[in-house]
Design a protein around this ligand. Structure first.
Ligand SMILES: [Zn+2]
Length: 231
Protein backbone atom coordinates (compact mmCIF):
# COMPACT_ATOMS: atom_id res chain seq x y z
CA UNK A 1 0.00 0.00 0.00
CA UNK A 2 2.62 2.52 1.12
CA UNK A 3 4.74 1.51 -1.80
CA UNK A 4 1.99 2.47 -4.24
CA UNK A 5 1.40 5.76 -2.47
CA UNK A 6 5.11 6.52 -2.74
CA UNK A 7 5.12 5.60 -6.43
CA UNK A 8 2.04 7.76 -7.10
CA UNK A 9 3.58 10.68 -5.21
CA UNK A 10 6.78 10.35 -7.21
CA UNK A 11 4.90 10.26 -10.51
CA UNK A 12 2.86 13.32 -9.55
CA UNK A 13 5.99 15.18 -8.48
CA UNK A 14 7.62 14.36 -11.82
CA UNK A 15 4.56 15.57 -13.73
CA UNK A 16 4.45 18.75 -11.66
CA UNK A 17 8.11 19.69 -11.35
CA UNK A 18 10.09 17.79 -13.95
CA UNK A 19 8.06 17.22 -17.12
CA UNK A 20 7.32 20.93 -17.77
CA UNK A 21 11.06 21.66 -17.67
CA UNK A 22 11.85 18.79 -20.02
CA UNK A 23 9.21 20.02 -22.44
CA UNK A 24 10.60 23.54 -22.35
CA UNK A 25 14.26 22.55 -22.63
CA UNK A 26 14.27 19.46 -24.79
CA UNK A 27 11.27 19.94 -27.04
CA UNK A 28 11.69 23.71 -27.13
CA UNK A 29 8.00 24.22 -26.71
CA UNK A 30 6.21 27.33 -25.51
CA UNK A 31 9.14 29.43 -24.34
CA UNK A 32 10.71 32.12 -26.49
CA UNK A 33 14.37 31.24 -26.83
CA UNK A 34 15.21 33.50 -29.75
CA UNK A 35 13.91 36.52 -31.61
CA UNK A 36 13.28 36.75 -35.34
CA UNK A 37 16.03 35.42 -37.62
CA UNK A 38 17.45 38.85 -38.38
CA UNK A 39 20.84 40.26 -37.49
CA UNK A 40 19.53 41.54 -34.18
CA UNK A 41 20.13 40.39 -30.61
CA UNK A 42 18.54 41.11 -27.24
CA UNK A 43 20.61 41.58 -24.11
CA UNK A 44 18.72 40.53 -20.99
CA UNK A 45 19.80 40.98 -17.38
CA UNK A 46 18.40 38.89 -14.53
CA UNK A 47 18.31 39.10 -10.72
CA UNK A 48 18.49 42.88 -10.16
CA UNK A 49 18.08 45.64 -9.46
CA UNK A 50 21.16 45.60 -7.26
CA UNK A 51 22.38 48.85 -5.66
CA UNK A 52 25.98 47.72 -6.01
CA UNK A 53 25.94 46.98 -9.74
CA UNK A 54 22.81 48.01 -11.64
CA UNK A 55 23.50 51.77 -11.66
CA UNK A 56 26.95 51.25 -13.17
CA UNK A 57 25.57 48.74 -15.66
CA UNK A 58 23.03 51.37 -16.73
CA UNK A 59 25.89 53.88 -17.11
CA UNK A 60 27.73 51.43 -19.38
CA UNK A 61 24.64 50.67 -21.46
CA UNK A 62 23.90 54.37 -21.84
CA UNK A 63 27.46 55.15 -22.93
CA UNK A 64 27.28 52.32 -25.48
CA UNK A 65 23.83 53.35 -26.73
CA UNK A 66 22.40 49.91 -25.90
CA UNK A 67 18.88 49.28 -24.64
CA UNK A 68 18.22 46.00 -22.84
CA UNK A 69 15.54 43.96 -21.10
CA UNK A 70 15.73 43.53 -17.32
CA UNK A 71 14.03 40.57 -15.63
CA UNK A 72 13.78 41.96 -12.13
CA UNK A 73 13.14 40.47 -8.69
CA UNK A 74 9.99 42.21 -7.41
CA UNK A 75 11.15 42.57 -3.82
CA UNK A 76 14.36 44.24 -4.96
CA UNK A 77 12.52 46.46 -7.44
CA UNK A 78 10.44 47.95 -4.62
CA UNK A 79 13.54 48.28 -2.42
CA UNK A 80 15.39 50.23 -5.17
CA UNK A 81 12.69 52.09 -7.07
CA UNK A 82 15.08 54.70 -8.45
CA UNK A 83 16.90 52.03 -10.43
CA UNK A 84 13.64 50.82 -12.00
CA UNK A 85 12.63 54.39 -12.86
CA UNK A 86 16.03 54.96 -14.40
CA UNK A 87 15.72 51.79 -16.52
CA UNK A 88 12.38 53.04 -17.81
CA UNK A 89 13.60 56.59 -18.43
CA UNK A 90 16.56 55.28 -20.44
CA UNK A 91 14.43 53.10 -22.71
CA UNK A 92 15.06 49.71 -21.13
CA UNK A 93 12.32 47.13 -20.72
CA UNK A 94 11.32 45.91 -17.23
CA UNK A 95 9.90 42.39 -16.94
CA UNK A 96 9.16 39.73 -14.31
CA UNK A 97 11.69 37.29 -12.82
CA UNK A 98 9.88 36.52 -9.53
CA UNK A 99 9.09 38.16 -6.22
CA UNK A 100 12.06 36.42 -4.59
CA UNK A 101 14.65 34.20 -6.26
CA UNK A 102 12.86 30.96 -5.34
CA UNK A 103 13.21 27.58 -7.04
CA UNK A 104 9.84 27.44 -8.81
CA UNK A 105 9.58 23.68 -9.60
CA UNK A 106 9.20 22.84 -5.92
CA UNK A 107 6.86 25.70 -4.99
CA UNK A 108 3.24 24.72 -4.30
CA UNK A 109 0.67 26.08 -6.80
CA UNK A 110 -0.45 29.11 -4.80
CA UNK A 111 3.08 30.14 -4.00
CA UNK A 112 4.03 29.77 -7.65
CA UNK A 113 1.31 32.17 -8.73
CA UNK A 114 2.10 34.53 -5.88
CA UNK A 115 5.73 34.86 -6.98
CA UNK A 116 4.64 35.82 -10.44
CA UNK A 117 1.50 37.85 -9.80
CA UNK A 118 2.83 39.85 -6.88
CA UNK A 119 5.75 41.03 -9.01
CA UNK A 120 3.51 41.82 -11.97
CA UNK A 121 1.09 43.75 -9.74
CA UNK A 122 3.84 45.62 -7.88
CA UNK A 123 5.54 46.71 -11.10
CA UNK A 124 2.21 47.93 -12.43
CA UNK A 125 1.11 49.72 -9.28
CA UNK A 126 4.42 51.32 -8.40
CA UNK A 127 5.93 52.08 -11.79
CA UNK A 128 3.06 51.87 -14.25
CA UNK A 129 4.83 49.01 -16.03
CA UNK A 130 2.71 46.40 -17.78
CA UNK A 131 4.99 43.36 -17.92
CA UNK A 132 4.35 41.03 -20.84
CA UNK A 133 7.24 38.61 -20.41
CA UNK A 134 8.20 36.22 -17.63
CA UNK A 135 11.50 34.45 -17.10
CA UNK A 136 11.20 32.16 -14.07
CA UNK A 137 14.16 32.15 -11.71
CA UNK A 138 16.87 29.78 -13.00
CA UNK A 139 14.61 29.31 -16.03
CA UNK A 140 12.88 26.53 -14.10
CA UNK A 141 9.13 26.15 -13.79
CA UNK A 142 6.35 23.78 -12.79
CA UNK A 143 3.02 22.65 -14.23
CA UNK A 144 1.17 25.62 -12.70
CA UNK A 145 3.50 28.04 -14.46
CA UNK A 146 2.88 26.29 -17.74
CA UNK A 147 -0.86 26.19 -17.27
CA UNK A 148 -1.61 29.71 -16.09
CA UNK A 149 1.17 32.12 -16.85
CA UNK A 150 0.63 32.06 -20.57
CA UNK A 151 -2.75 33.67 -20.35
CA UNK A 152 -1.13 37.01 -19.69
CA UNK A 153 2.62 36.71 -20.26
CA UNK A 154 5.04 35.09 -22.66
CA UNK A 155 7.60 32.77 -21.18
CA UNK A 156 11.18 33.68 -22.12
CA UNK A 157 14.37 31.71 -21.68
CA UNK A 158 17.54 32.38 -23.70
CA UNK A 159 19.77 31.11 -26.47
CA UNK A 160 23.12 32.32 -25.12
CA UNK A 161 24.13 31.68 -21.51
CA UNK A 162 27.82 31.82 -20.62
CA UNK A 163 28.07 31.30 -16.85
CA UNK A 164 28.65 34.97 -16.10
CA UNK A 165 27.59 34.39 -12.48
CA UNK A 166 30.98 32.72 -11.95
CA UNK A 167 34.24 34.68 -11.89
CA UNK A 168 36.07 33.94 -15.14
CA UNK A 169 39.45 34.99 -16.55
CA UNK A 170 39.38 38.55 -17.98
CA UNK A 171 37.65 38.72 -21.35
CA UNK A 172 36.27 35.18 -21.25
CA UNK A 173 32.61 36.08 -20.70
CA UNK A 174 32.78 38.53 -23.61
CA UNK A 175 34.52 36.00 -25.83
CA UNK A 176 31.94 33.32 -25.09
CA UNK A 177 29.05 35.65 -25.97
CA UNK A 178 30.69 36.86 -29.19
CA UNK A 179 31.58 33.32 -30.34
CA UNK A 180 27.98 32.21 -30.02
CA UNK A 181 26.28 35.21 -31.62
CA UNK A 182 23.51 34.29 -34.04
CA UNK A 183 20.53 36.08 -35.57
CA UNK A 184 17.80 36.65 -33.00
CA UNK A 185 20.00 35.67 -30.04
CA UNK A 186 18.62 36.24 -26.56
CA UNK A 187 21.64 36.67 -24.27
CA UNK A 188 21.16 36.21 -20.52
CA UNK A 189 23.53 38.01 -18.13
CA UNK A 190 23.20 38.95 -14.45
CA UNK A 191 23.42 42.27 -12.62
CA UNK A 192 23.41 40.88 -9.09
CA UNK A 193 25.57 38.43 -7.13
CA UNK A 194 23.26 37.76 -4.19
CA UNK A 195 21.55 34.79 -5.84
CA UNK A 196 22.43 31.31 -4.60
CA UNK A 197 25.29 29.97 -6.72
CA UNK A 198 26.55 33.38 -7.89
CA UNK A 199 30.11 34.36 -7.04
CA UNK A 200 30.74 37.64 -5.26
CA UNK A 201 31.79 40.36 -7.69
CA UNK A 202 30.80 38.43 -10.83
CA UNK A 203 28.61 41.30 -12.17
CA UNK A 204 31.75 43.45 -12.38
CA UNK A 205 32.83 41.42 -15.41
CA UNK A 206 29.40 41.97 -16.98
CA UNK A 207 29.63 45.74 -16.52
CA UNK A 208 33.18 45.72 -17.89
CA UNK A 209 32.30 43.83 -21.09
CA UNK A 210 29.54 46.19 -22.28
CA UNK A 211 31.66 48.67 -24.29
CA UNK A 212 33.54 46.01 -26.24
CA UNK A 213 30.48 43.79 -26.62
CA UNK A 214 28.55 46.68 -28.16
CA UNK A 215 31.42 47.42 -30.53
CA UNK A 216 31.94 43.79 -31.61
CA UNK A 217 28.23 43.06 -32.00
CA UNK A 218 27.84 46.06 -34.28
CA UNK A 219 31.04 45.26 -36.17
CA UNK A 220 29.51 41.85 -36.94
CA UNK A 221 26.50 43.61 -38.47
CA UNK A 222 24.08 43.10 -35.58
CA UNK A 223 21.97 45.65 -33.73
CA UNK A 224 20.40 45.53 -30.27
CA UNK A 225 16.70 45.13 -29.60
CA UNK A 226 14.48 44.90 -26.54
CA UNK A 227 12.03 42.00 -26.43
CA UNK A 228 9.01 44.24 -26.94
CA UNK A 229 10.50 45.46 -30.19
CA UNK A 230 10.34 41.85 -31.40
CA UNK A 231 7.09 40.59 -29.90
ZN1 LIG B 1 17.79 34.63 -11.78
Amino acid sequence: MWRWIAVAAFVLLCLYALVPNLLIRLCRLWALRTGPARREIALTFDDGPDPKYTGRLLDALKAAGVRATFFVVGQKALAHPDLIRRMMAEGHQVEVHGWTHAFVPLLPPRRTLWQFRRTTDALGRTFGVRPRFYRPTWGALNAVTLGLVFRTHRLVTWSIMVGDWRLQPPGQVLQRVVERLHPGAIVVLHDSDDTWGAETGAPEQVIALIPELAQRVRAAGYSFRTLDEWY
